[in-house]
Write a protein that binds this ligand. Structure first.
Ligand SMILES: NC(=O)c1ccc[n+]([C@@H]2O[C@H](COP(=O)([O-])OP(=O)(O)OC[C@H]3O[C@@H](n4cnc5c(N)ncnc54)[C@H](O)[C@@H]3O)[C@@H](O)[C@H]2O)c1
Length: 183
């Protein structure tokens, strides 16, 4: 709340909010999904999905000239990725929240997800077998490589630009094309 008060005071309005927050207890990011505890399920959904709703409640009033909300998701929201487990279920909730928020916040504000290919970050290294995910994506995606951070940034900038004025409620894949592959 304090953060948004400071933004309002300093800038008067807000054009873009990036949601780039996720968490699940480490022990829930290995082995099977069946073993997920209630505590891990609640924590991952609270931090990784509900946070988008809570942030939008505070950001929307500041988007007085229209605005864009962009959240970071992953393919594990729609397909089973080994070890991603409860985080995949939380990402599914995040993507669904994006659609409901887009419907509520229109007509002047957009809410979208970037579904990013795997990227070597501190959080990602907490997922068991993450290096395998990187290798698999590079090997099987049409572009035969992993995505670069600046490519994700450029997509976020595009979503906040006039060029994306007619886009909202979408999941945009920035994954070197991995999502289209069936085999
Ligand atoms: N790295 C990947 O392969 C990848 C792929 C697709 C999507 N994503 C998504 O991108 C986003 C950023 O992740 P990242 O991989 O850059 O890792 P990261 O560690 O840089 O970012 C995760 C952030 O979440 C914050 N966070 C965690 N728990 C929090 C809490 N309780 N309250 C407030 N903040 C909290 C951390 O402080 C950190 O800044 C996440 O939503 C992640 O799921 C990552």
């Amino acid at each position: 709340m304090l953060c948004f008060m400071k933004v309002g005071k300093a800038f008067g309005s807000l054009d873009l909010m990036l949601h780039s927050v996720a968490f699940a207890p480490k022990e829930s990011l290995e082995g099977d999904f069946l073993s997920t505890t209630r505590a891990a399920f609640l924590a991952s959904h609270d931090v990784s999905a509900y946070s988008l709703v809570a942030l939008c409640q505070r950001a929307a009033p500041l988007m007085t000239n229209g605005g864009s909300v962009v959240a970071m998701s992953y393919y594990g929201a729609e397909k089973v990725i080994p070890n991603y487990n409860v985080m995949g279920v939380a990402k599914a909730a995040l993507e669904a929240s994006t659609r409901y928020l887009a419907a509520d916040l229109g007509p002047k504000k957009s809410v979208d997800c970037i579904s990013a290919g795997p990227m070597n970050t501190l959080a990602a290294r907490g997922i068991a077998g993450f290096t395998k995910m990187l290798e698999h994506c590079a090997e099987h995606s049409p572009l035969k490589r992993n995505v670069f951070p600046e490519e994700l940034g450029a997509t976020g900038t595009f979503l906040a630009s006039d060029g994306a004025a007619a886009i909202t409620g979408q999941v945009i894949y920035v994954d070197c094309g991995y999502q289209i592959m069936g085999m």
